[in-house]
Design a protein around this ligand. Structure first.
Ligand SMILES: Nc1ncnc2c1ncn2[C@@H]1O[C@H](COP(=O)(O)OP(=O)(O)OP(=O)(O)O)[C@@H](O)[C@H]1O
Ligand SMILES: [Mg+2]
Length: 309
């Protein structure tokens, strides 16, 4: 189990991580979901022992990483947000270098490297120089480096940023498989769909604080039972407000000129009254979409902002 208690880190006036606590249970994939600047990387850096906290504790199987760094670091695999590979070396030689840092030698090292390459689907490109890899391949190599010593805990910091959807799916599959093999995973992301599809439990982090945590079901309940209606076009906020006024079961979650998010009670009469008013052709509305309550509505309910702002 990985336990974070009251973890805090400031940079000058910025409270990058402000007294956060959570637990990652054995065998689960735990997500840390938050927008840019939320404090995800700062958190991962403190858990992995590369950045000293101002306050708080990180316990890995009950052992404080800052008291016994050597013992604890052996249990951790870390996949940093910035890809950290040597472009002039081959994929395999990057792994040889990395495996050696963990004291792996000879046949054990060869086996570990072959397994890691196989796992991330790079076996056939292992002897090409990394310089010639695609962005997705570099990301996969970065991931294999975190796996090379078969860590008990894997910490992944936004491992799918900047790559195409197919490469993204490949990485998510590897993470799932690693978790199925018994490794406990801490996964940071700003993609709601990744957190929804991948994580057993998650915490929503914003401006250095954890706003809520739990399973997807537990979290979506926080946003209420309403469906989310997303409206966009060239309308003015006040005009739209006027159109919505007085309809039962419809609430404004967020509104601006040309954009609104509404919460609508499912199967209530509100939607039937609302839609004709929105779609009368003169309302300046180009697009209306409806979705069930999801992590984005939770984030809006908790912060008043959209996650992608
Ligand atoms: N070394 C540093 N020096 C000064 N400020 C920092 C440093 N590292 C992080 N910060 C600040 O701390 C806050 C949290 O940053 P952090 O990198 O942890 O966020 P993040 O959630 O990882 O964001 P992103 O999704 O963009 O990677 C931000 O306001 C950032 O500017
Ligand atoms: Mg980051």
């Amino acid at each position: 189990m990985l336990t974070v208690q009251g973890l805090t880190r400031c940079f000058g006036q910025v409270r990058a991580v402000d007294g956060i606590s959570f637990e990652v249970r054995d065998g689960e994939i735990f997500g840390l979901l938050g927008p840019n600047g939320a404090g995800k990387t700062t958190t991962i850096s403190m858990i992995s022992g590369v950045l000293a906290p101002d306050a708080g504790q990180v316990l890995v199987d009950g052992v404080d990483i800052w008291e016994r760094p050597k013992q604890v670091k052996r249990m951790l695999g870390v996949v940093p947000q910035e890809v950290a590979v040597y472009e002039d070396l081959t994929g395999r030689d990057n792994l040889v270098f990395w495996a050696s840092l963990y004291g792996l030698k000879g046949a054990d090292r060869r086996r570990a490297i072959d397994e890691a390459l196989e796992r991330v689907g790079l076996a056939d490109r292992a002897d090409d120089r990394v310089r010639d890899y695609s962005g997705g391949m570099k990301r996969r190599l970065n991931l294999s480096m975190g796996l090379i010593h078969a860590p008990k805990f894997l910490l992944l910091d936004e491992p799918t940023v900047g790559i195409d959807p197919q490469a993204r799916l490949a990485i998510l599959d590897v993470v799932r498989e690693v978790a199925r093999g018994g490794t406990t995973v801490l996964y940071t992301t700003h993609y709601m769909d990744e957190a929804e599809k991948l994580c057993d439990r998650m915490a929503i982090i914003d401006r250095g604080e954890i706003l809520a945590s739990g399973t997807l079901d537990e979290l979506t309940r926080l946003a209420g039972e309403g469906d989310v209606l997303r409206v966009s076009g060239s309308f003015g906020a006040e005009d739209l407000r006027g159109k919505i006024a007085g309809i039962d079961g419809v609430e404004i979650s967020r509104i601006g000129d040309g954009f609104a998010l509404l919460s609508v009670v499912p199967e209530g009469p509100g939607l039937a009254q609302l839609l004709p008013r929105l779609l009368d052709g003169e309302a300046g509305i180009d697009d209306v979409s409806i979705q069930r309550s999801n992590l984005e509505s939770v984030f809006i309910a908790l912060t008043g902002r959209a996650l992608r702002d």
